[in-house]
Design a protein around this ligand. Structure first.
Ligand code: 3PY
Length: 250
């Protein structure tokens, strides 16, 4: 199955963000066999010109690579997909209209308004007909709900046709609700529960960012199936810190 089909099947998918923006970092993570890698174009300096080689690095190891884009601009979404990304993630989607615009930017007509071009995804032009026939089925469209407005509009957002995955950004959601301090954790968890219950009711695939594997089972029990568990940079720091502590204690 394609990456999108696998995500829609209800299987638990566990991916990692890549922020380091070097093909070797993508390869190193791919060797650990995550279900997918998400290049973080929102919170790193990954530029458009670097994308193809980062995606190629995942392709070499048969690990699907998707991209979190920095905003909602249709041309940014199209260019990431033309580079061969298996899917996109769009941050800070706050209304149903924004969600519908994301779908439109990522799907070829009649489902959307994505433009046809000889990008890497289409074999640089050689495979345009094949790619056109497959892309609307194989490209994953995910959006992030991660602010108070998105939370207030979650019923309408989750009803938008063509959104494949709804992804909760707990960091931004916590900041937006002034609920990031540990004492405010119940407020954030209540917001997460509310998004989860709407997604379950609407039969949506949904998930959340986690800094590590802790408590994933709580979110699986809420019905979540799509996780991003830290990033290359965070995992590297954690491994160095743990190793140094262990070695110094020896
Ligand atoms: C958040 O927690 O806000 C995210 O977007 C995950 O990086």
């Amino acid at each position: 199955p394609s990456f999108r089909e696998s995500c829609l099947s209800g299987r638990v998918e566990i991916g990692l963000f890549s922020n380091i923006a070097h093909p070797a970092a993508v390869e190193v993570m791919a060797l650990g066999k995550p279900d997918f890698i998400c290049l973080d174009g929102e919170h790193s300096q990954i530029g458009r010109g670097a994308l193809e080689n980062l995606i190629r690095a995942g392709d070499v190891h048969r690990v699907p690579v998707m991209v979190r884009v920095p905003g909602k601009a249709p041309e940014a979404l199209a260019s990431v997909l033309d580079a061969g990304a298996r899917g996109v993630m769009v941050p800070m989607v706050s209304t149903a209209a924004e969600a519908a615009a994301v779908v439109s930017a990522c799907r070829y007509p009649p489902l959307g308004r994505r433009g046809v071009g000889p990008g890497r995804a289409a074999g640089y032009g050689y495979r345009i007909p094949d790619y056109l026939g497959a892309a609307n089925r194989s490209v994953l469209v995910s959006i992030q709900v991660e602010n108070a407005e998105g939370l207030a509009n979650i019923d309408a957002i989750a009803a938008v046709e063509g959104i494949d995955v709804i992804f909760i950004g707990p960091g931004d959601l916590g900041v937006s609700l002034s609920a990031l301090p540990e004492a405010e954790r119940p407020t954030l968890e209540a917001a997460i529960d509310r998004i989860a219950s709407v997604c379950r009711e609407k039969g949506r695939v949904f998930g959340i960012f986690r800094p590590g594997p802790e408590n994933i089972e709580r979110y699986v029990s809420l019905g979540m199936r799509f996780f991003i568990m830290g990033s290359d940079a965070m995992l590297l720091t954690a491994a160095v810190e743990r190793g140094m502590l262990m070695a110094r204690a020896a």
